[in-house]
Design a protein around this ligand. Structure first.
Ligand code: IPE
Ligand code: IPE
Ligand code: MG
Ligand code: MG
Length: 337
């Protein structure tokens, strides 16, 4: 599993949640089985990305949510949903690196840098189709939710126009996070609740949990783009600054009104050391503290959603898995430290 930019104890906790989560090995096996193609590169590129690791946070969330609401051991449907969501996530990473011109992914050369744009793009399409192949055999309720999540995440990516083209504010940046990232987190928790048979009230609360957690996750991703080292991050820090992205950090920085932040309104310039200057202005600044407290507030909402789900669920609950779910919420907001 990859190094992550979190405290050692949190990293250990996530690692132990991963190791003890029953079903994750089966999920990985199903994903591998789906990465085959008679056209060699269509196997090689997705397999390259898969073998680089990643946190596997979305399948983990699906499996642990199902277990917390008494679906244990995981049913074949939960395994399929978990694998499908990770395949969709992998597709978005391939496409996202093309959009963001990213040369590093999961601590290594990105598939884009290694294989080029055309084959990376097609591999992303291939992964989406493989995910739909799994999904198509599931309940129509899950098929509908999956379609909606994929549409939302595509909407999120297309709404993410650079700041020199459109003057985003905090509201539009959060809306983008809801669409591009929280959509899959919500899909994970909502499908798990449905399959566990929690009943409609708890399904709504657990969908909200996924949504709030996904927003917190993206805020931390935006913070880490500024605060983490390349070594810890496994991606190139400063990408959101260089690309003039409407990240949560960038829109808060603009709102703070500093002179340097106004550079975000100009397209990237080749011979500029803007990113280095911006990183040193932002690291340890009030802007990062504001973003952090926003993430903490979404994580707190996620914990409230979990309590509401426990109270309204028609199923028994599993205390150990509920504890793991709370730890995942903590991990997501504390990984910046
Ligand atoms: C990265 O997701 C893309 C975002 C939604 C921010 P992850 O941080 O979950 O990526 P991996 O799977 O661990 O590499
Ligand atoms: C991407 O968000 C979200 C996706 C849908 C993949 P980012 O652009 O912030 O993801 P990273 O930082 O490249 O992983
Ligand atoms: Mg990106
Ligand atoms: Mg990012």
């Amino acid at each position: 599993m990859e190094k992550s930019s979190s405290t050692p104890s949190l990293r250990r906790k996530l690692k132990s949640a991963i190791q003890k989560t029953e079903g994750l090995a089966e999920v990985e096996e199903l994903i591998r089985a789906k990465l085959t193609s008679s056209a060699g590169l269509l196997s090689e590129i997705p397999l390259y990305l898969f073998n680089l690791g990643g946190k596997r946070i979305r399948p983990l969330l699906t499996l642990i949510t199902a277990k917390a609401f008494n679906l244990h051991p995981p049913s074949p449907e939960v395994i399929k949903v978990s694998a499908g969501i990770e395949l969709i996530h992998m597709a978005t990473l391939l496409h996202d690196d093309i959009i963001d011109h990213s040369s590093l992914r999961r601590h290594q050369e990105s598939p884009l840098a290694k294989y080029g744009m055309v084959d990376t793009l097609l591999s992303g399409d291939f992964l989406l189709i493989r995910a739909f192949g799994i999904c198509a055999h599931l309940d129509p309720y899950i098929i509908d939710l999956t379609e909606r999540a994929c549409v939302e995440l595509t909407e999120g990516e297309i709404l993410e126009t650079p700041l020199f083209e459109y003057q985003h504010d905090l509201e539009s940046a959060l809306n983008i996070a809801v669409h591009k990232t929280a959509s899959l987190f919500k899909l994970a928790t909502q499908c798990a609740a449905y399959l566990a048979g929690t009943g409609s009230d708890a399904i709504v609360s657990l969908a909200e949990l996924g949504l709030n957690l996904g927003i917190a996750f993206q805020i931390l991703d935006d913070i880490l783009d500024v605060t983490a080292s390349q070594e810890a991050l496994g991606k190139s820090p400063g990408t959101d600054l260089l690309e003039r992205k409407p990240s949560i950090v960038n829109v808060l920085w603009l709102q703070s009104g500093t002179q340097l932040s106004q550079t975000l309104f100009s397209p990237p310039c080749k011979n500029s050391n803007f990113v280095e200057k911006a990183l040193s202005e932002l690291r340890g600044s009030e802007v990062i503290k504001q973003a952090k407290s926003l993430a903490v507030s979404y994580a707190a909402k996620a914990k409230e959603n979990l309590q509401a789900a426990v109270q309204s669920s028609l199923t028994e609950t599993n205390q150990e898995a509920l504890g793991d779910l709370n730890e995942i919420i903590d991990f997501i907001v504390e990984r910046a430290q």
